[in-house]
Design a protein around this ligand. Structure first.
Ligand SMILES: [Zn+2]
Length: 88
């Protein structure tokens, strides 16, 4: 697989040689694509990377929900101010 000249390769797949920018991405790839052939240590690395990815996704969704809540509150507040000042 071609890697752009300015990209850094942190890890490569031991089964297919695919380059990855992080070891977590390599661990996820090995567990998902080469799950039947990987060793117990690689399986443990995959499960740890999968758990870390799930946690990161949970906090991302939490931030999105908080941002939507703030946006909703600001919209309602702006609407109430506009109603109170007879702009509408
Ligand atoms: Zn691979």
């Amino acid at each position: 697989m071609d890697v752009p000249p300015d990209a850094t390769v942190a890890a490569t797949c031991p089964y297919c040689g695919r380059p990855f920018a992080s070891t977590d991405a390599r661990d996820l790839h090995v567990g998902e694509v080469h799950g039947a052939a990987c060793s117990a240590a690689e399986r443990a690395d995959y499960e740890a990377a999968h758990e870390a990815e799930r946690d990161a996704l949970f906090y991302y969704h939490l931030r999105v929900v908080a941002a939507l809540g703030v946006l909703y509150a600001l919209t309602v507040l702006l609407y109430m101010v506009a109603l109170g000042s007879d702009l509408l």
